[in-house]
Ligand binder design. Structure first.
Ligand SMILES: [Ca+2]
Length: 131
């Protein structure tokens, strides 16, 4: 009599356990960074960055944005690692000054985001500076 009760209950418990495990994973999902589309600008123009497409998959919040150079044109390698902008409000921003002759070439700018659980993700965009 008891065996009959156990048989259907065990798979049910396994399903419940799987659901609970799944929920636990979902509540701790890391964010997904989105550095926006690649951009080409001419000398004399300002560069706008848009990381507002970044999301925290579990419905949490992105609490910190950091933009930095990962690839610089030849001769400007000293700029690699330079932080361009960071902070809780740095999702979108425009450069403080127009790009100059010295910035000619192809740059890769990485966006690093952190969510309210301290988990992080990165994405990058290519910035081309032309004449
Ligand atoms: Ca999260």
């Amino acid at each position: 009599m008891q065996m009959r009760m156990v048989r259907p209950t065990l798979p049910l418990l396994m399903v419940l356990a799987a659901m609970l495990t799944g929920c636990a994973l979902i509540t701790k999902a890391p964010p997904v960074a989105n550095a926006g589309p690649d951009v080409t600008v001419r000398i004399g123009e300002r560069v706008s960055h848009d990381g507002s497409g970044s999301v925290d998959l579990d419905g949490g919040k992105i609490v910190y944005y950091k933009w930095y150079v990962t690839v610089a044109p030849e001769g400007r390698e000293d700029q690699v690692g330079q932080v361009l902008r960071e902070g809780p409000d740095a999702a979108t921003w425009t450069s403080d000054r127009p790009v100059g002759e010295e910035e000619l070439g192809e740059w890769v700018i990485e966006l690093w985001v952190t969510d309210d659980e301290g988990q992080s993700a990165t994405d990058d965009m290519t910035l081309k500076v032309i004449r």
